[in-house]
Write a protein that binds this ligand. Structure first.
Ligand SMILES: [Zn+2]
Length: 264
């Protein structure tokens, strides 16, 4: 119960420290986090077994034997990242530091509905064909514009691609036997900016994307604000002209039809 939870927590703190400060010695890790050296040694051993960490060189002696340093192995595992836009599907292999190792772009060719989903699955399959071994693959992370239920992994609605109630997470997991995540693109970008980018110190943030469409990722108090059914950031479908251009969503004069780059 609790003991296991504490061990896991310690392990993730230790991994984060190695990732951030490595190459670093075990005793320094212990000192930085006020965790006992025995705990650090046990956790590091486990992380080495999992291939997430490796020993690399020795540090400066503080009296006794020179300490062995450990460092994060960012290439020990990889993730398949899939970005769906209204015009293309980008698929990339990323290492554990989100560095792109390989990338391929599949144009969508105005496909819509079920045809887009078939094409997406085919494209992922084609990308994965080049991996004889997927044991080091953590999973598939998909981002898409539109209203998305993150927990269920469903695209509720994407008006441009004419997608409605697509259980994409389940479909991808079934076909490729890899754990899959699904998130709205603007939310994912806002989160990335918050965690790794220039906006780390802010608790509240709105990130507006203007590309094939218009969307927003809203962060309130450090976490994504989703709103009812995940539609909080769908600012692109706010009407700015009641007598304006009819939109695929059924409204008229949606912002997206005036400021997205196909419109410009
Ligand atoms: Zn609209």
């Amino acid at each position: 119960g609790n003991l296991k939870l504490i061990q896991e927590l310690n392990r993730s703190i230790i991994l984060r420290t190695i990732r951030h400060y490595g190459p670093i010695s075990r005793s320094e890790i212990a000192k930085k986090n006020k965790i006992s050296p025995t705990t650090v040694t046990a956790a590091v051993k486990e992380l080495i077994c999992q291939g997430l960490v490796y020993e690399d060189g020795v540090g400066v002696s503080t009296g006794g034997r020179k300490p062995v340093l450990v460092r994060f192995s960012s290439d020990s595992k990889f993730i398949i990242a899939v970005a769906i836009t209204n015009s293309s599907i980008k698929i990339a292999e990323m290492n554990l530091e989100a560095k792109v190792r390989r990338q391929k772009i599949f144009p969508v060719y105005n496909l819509t509905g079920k045809l887009v989903i078939d094409y997406l699955l085919k494209s992922i399959g084609q990308f994965l064909e080049e991996y004889p071994d997927l044991t080091k693959c953590i999973g598939i992370s998909i981002i898409s514009p539109g209203i998305i239920d993150v927990d269920k992994g469903i695209i509720y609605e994407n008006t441009k691609l004419k997608l409605k109630n697509i259980p994409l997470k389940e479909m991808v997991e079934k076909q490729f036997k890899l754990k899959t995540w699904l998130e709205n693109d603007a939310n994912a970008i806002a989160l990335a900016e918050k965690r790794f980018g220039a906006y780390r110190k802010f608790k509240n943030l709105i990130y507006i994307t203007i590309s094939d469409g218009v969307g927003a990722g809203i962060i309130v108090n450090g976490s994504i604000f989703r709103g009812r059914r995940g539609g909080a950031g769908e600012v692109g479908h706010t009407s700015i002209d009641r007598n304006g251009i009819p939109c695929d969503c059924g409204n008229t004069g949606c912002l997206e039809n005036y400021v997205s780059w196909p419109a410009i």
